[in-house]
Design a binder for this molecule. Sequence first.
Ligand code: SF4
Ligand code: SF4
Ligand code: SF4
Length: 252
Amino acid sequence: MIRPMRITIAQYSLSGCEGCALRLLNIITSNEKLIDHIELVSSRVMGIPEVRQADVAFVDGSVLRDNEEEFLMEIRSKSRILVALGTCSIMGGLNALRELYTVAELEEQVYGMKLNIGHLDSAKPLDSIVKVDYIIPGCPPPTWEIEEFLLCLLLGKEFRLTDRTVCFECTSQGLPCLLERGEVCFGPVIRGGCNAICPKYGIPCWGCRGIVEEYGMERLIENLRKHNVSPERVKEYIRIFLLKTKLRTLMR
Ligand code: SF4
Ligand code: SF4
Ligand code: SF4
């Protein structure tokens, strides 16, 4: 049973699609177990744009624009616990693709003109700027895991991410292996918790929950080679979520 306590929550978005924010807000406005124990004190999406003191701040997106570093530091100074929510905030995520182009090239491709958008040279994860207390990975993170995190906080229990890989969750459901068919699947080294949702629908895992098994990477690369997957194809898929990881370094 949840103790009769209330916590204040703040939700902030840096550069990103805000899919993580919507998932979080959906949970805290509709989960019957949590709703009476949570007070939302800040969220631009919900019409409360100010940075306010809070027990827990969830921050999604990465630091990509020149005013976001200062914004993040202000958030940190007003939050007892800071949670990096989603892949963009933990390892750059899709935003890291920005590092493959110049700002001028991107402005031309996206807007067809020069706009002088104040972009930094790289998509910085939150922990490169401030102390992060917890991470909840995924693009966006699974609903159950955000709920579990909030329940642990309310119950005073320790929250831990699973150390199981996507491969573990995939094979335990008896799903056919896409890697064995020559597809680029990073499941053997990627953190589970998503119940191998992509392989379940016939889509390889491209690693949105980050790498859990650093030591398994050489083995993964060997396996990809064994199934005649070219390094060029692997590099192409690393760009999606794993651009800032050791896997990229190993494939150079
Ligand atoms: S992690 Fe994915 S869902 Fe979350 S903000 Fe980034 S792109 Fe959007
Ligand atoms: S499809 Fe991917 S996640 Fe599933 S068993 Fe094969 S390598 Fe592992
Ligand atoms: S299978 Fe891989 S890419 Fe898909 S949700 Fe899970 S970790 Fe993310």
